[in-house]
Design a protein. Structure first.
Length: 193
């Protein structure tokens, strides 16, 4: 089994992915980023997210692990044949993915904070989009330890290296930087087109 763990997040200038109440504000909803994100999800064999992450219109047809402490290991989600509830402390992600019927491929990690933090030692690629015109003081950080450290400092500490910033929305100053590990250059399509 060969999985490639790829993170996707859009954050405010201060490293937040939602406000203090867990709501994604309009300032972090950027069409070009949403398009980039959806292309990444389309290329993924499975998604991993927390139980409070926003559902996408295409969620019911995607293979998904929904992280929760409400189950012991991994259990089917009622009425959702392509999803499993998964307890990260109960069973390794690779085991849960195999139970989901995913033997290999890209696995998109799409949040929230605890889930992004859980995979810090596993990322092959992390696409970090910044909305430089948005600030969310007291919001929900992308990684544990933010804002004491920047999201970039957290990613660098894992050994990932940043690529060039690509502008997604010049008017708003929204850009994405793809952070890659050493294996990401050996055949992994790090950047969805």
């Amino acid at each position: 089994m060969t999985y490639r763990f790829i993170g996707y997040a859009i954050v405010s200038e201060d490293g937040m992915l939602a406000d203090a109440g867990g709501t994604i504000p309009p300032a972090l909803i950027v069409k070009a980023d949403q398009d980039f994100f959806m292309r990444g999800l389309d290329a993924a064999a499975a998604l991993v997210h927390g139980r409070n992450s926003a559902e996408q219109p295409t969620s019911p047809v995607r293979r998904r692990l929904i992280a929760t402490r409400q189950v012991a290991t991994a259990e089917p989600v009622a009425g959702q044949p392509h999803a499993l509830h998964w307890n990260p402390q109960g069973v390794p992600v690779e085991t849960a993915l195999a139970r989901l019927g995913v033997a290999d491929g890209n696995v998109a990690i799409i949040g929230g904070t605890d889930i992004f933090g859980l995979f810090l030692s596993k990322y092959d690629v992390f696409h970090l989009t910044r909305a430089s015109d948005a600030r969310l003081p007291g919001g929900r950080p992308v990684f544990p330890g933010v804002p004491d450290r920047t999201p970039e400092a957290v990613l660098a500490a894992t050994g990932l290296q940043p690529g060039e910033a690509r502008m997604l929305d010049a008017e708003r100053g929204v850009h994405v930087v793809t952070w890659c590990g050493p294996l990401a250059t050996s055949g992994i399509n790090a950047s969805p087109r």
